[in-house]
Design a protein around this ligand. Sequence first.
Ligand SMILES: Nc1nc2c(ncn2[C@@H]2O[C@H](COP(=O)(O)OP(=O)(O)OP(=O)(O)O)[C@@H](O)[C@H]2O)c(=O)[nH]1
Ligand SMILES: [Mg+2]
Length: 579
Amino acid sequence: MLEFIQLLNQRYQTVLSQPGHDADKIGYQQRIDQLILAEAVIRKGQLIDASPGLPLQIAVVGPTQAGKSTLVNVLLNSNFAGVSPLAGYTIHPQGFCHEVNLDDCSGLQRYFGRFQQFQQAHIPKDRYDCYSLTENNTDSPYLPHGVLWDTPDFDSIDSATYREGVIRAVALADMIILVVSKEKYADQSVWDIMSALEALHQPTIICLNKLSEGSEAVLIQSLKEKWQLARTDAFPEVVPLYYQKQTGLPVWPEAQKNLLIQLAAKVNPKKFARYEQELLQKHWHGWVEPIVAEHKALFVWQDFVDDAIKQALDNYQRDYLNHPHHYETFQHAMAELLTLLEVPGLAGILTGARKVLTWPVKQMMKLGRKSRHIADTSHEIVLLNQIAEHLLIQLADKLLDHAEQDRQKLWWKEFSSLLCSQRQGILKDFSESAKNYHISFQQDVEKTAQRLYHKLQEQPMVLNSLRATRVTTDAVAIALTLHMGGIGVHDLVIAPAMLTVTSLLAESAIGGYMNRVEAELKLHQLKAVKQALFAESIGKKLLALPEQLSALTHFNISPEQLQAAELQLTEKRHGLRLL
Ligand SMILES: Nc1nc2c(ncn2[C@@H]2O[C@H](COP(=O)(O)OP(=O)(O)OP(=O)(O)O)[C@@H](O)[C@H]2O)c(=O)[nH]1
Ligand SMILES: [Mg+2]
């Protein structure tokens, strides 16, 4: 699941960064934030599994200049956290261990993944993918044992550049301390984050900082209203922080001294797996929406291809297999049959010819050459190439139509130019495959001739009457000319002698058998053309085309990838039935 979320995030970022994409920018940015949070949450789930004894993690979060770093110092009773009147001063998650050893936190590096751990003093200012962890030895009356995280803001101008660090730190937290001041508590950014965090059910408190006398009650009421708009859970306890002139620091109220320690008791890592699953399920539909739209377009495309192939095969049947003048394959089998007959006057030539033609084929090379010549003059191949060309024109028209109407305009537009650029290549491959099919199908033609020849041998009457006619001699001569490359198959079909012999046979005692053999040959031929040319050659290429769409403007996540991820989404974890 982690890999899928990372892939999704990366695709969203790539698509969003392309100029001129037709996606909704704000929506996409929101999803990127959700995906960053989801990745962090999955990592936290793994962390809980791998390091069950990990110390409690508390994150101090809030808008810039709210006094987060100041509060961290107050809570730690130290001055480790950097404080400044400059907005966006803290730019890395900085953890401070309170009564826990650094060694107890070794699992954190895996959680942070590509974020690198530094000592606080050495943390690079020009890199955002890092965090620090510092051991703190001062006593604190307020903090439970654990790691207190000072986090960067999420609302200053520069905050977009270090936003992932904030999200990593808040998702890691078992408990949240939200710090706001009266200037900032109403900012939408505060409530967007708090709303996103609801799914994690982290025990939370709100520190209202920089308070001036008398404003507390009004502000708390207003805070509550904001909370209730953003979240459905109970409004948390508020800690009012007043400024102490002598120290220059806010003061934690004595009455709430044990608040954080009490809150820590509410942390329950066992429920995390369920929250994690709920979070993924809540956003899943939105995240995969553009992928599903691409898949829909893909399925429409598959339907187009299926229809076009069906149409092409209908045309092939109508214009070739079932066409009274164009169909030549069976005639060709008849020519093969005639060369197998001993005909007075041609015996000498025939003996020579039969050396090449006797079944099974002894000299494949010679046969290959003969077949190539036959393929070169084949009316069937010309027709098949025309059908393929027509099929691509039809598809190109449909794509253009869709680029006008569909919601996925960009997909169809790009796809249309992709098809255009690949058209010649597809047709060239098709033509080559058609030739190969034709050559290999000669074996079936010869097999058919063999069957007819054996049948004739069982019918000496028919055989003798055939041999006795002059027209048979002519037809055999024509058949041999075809073999020698003197004429093409089509000339053979229209040769009167051939037509006469064919009708002689059709009206003879083997007529019925001949019809059956012809029908079988046709059926077999249709299957061969369907498989070798329309399924394997053109069909495969057309169906694989969407994979070549630019990965810069499309998600290009296959239905199988999505399905595998969705399966994980509904899987059981920790023996709990989650759905
Ligand atoms: N008047 C007054 N100033 C405060 C109080 N708390 C903090 N400050 C000042 O506010 C400024 C910002 O404080 P920080 O603690 O650095 O704020 P932050 O939330 O960490 O800010 P970023 O790191 O920029 O996100 C500093 O100049 C503090 O001295 C307070 O309670 N009252
Ligand atoms: Mg700070």
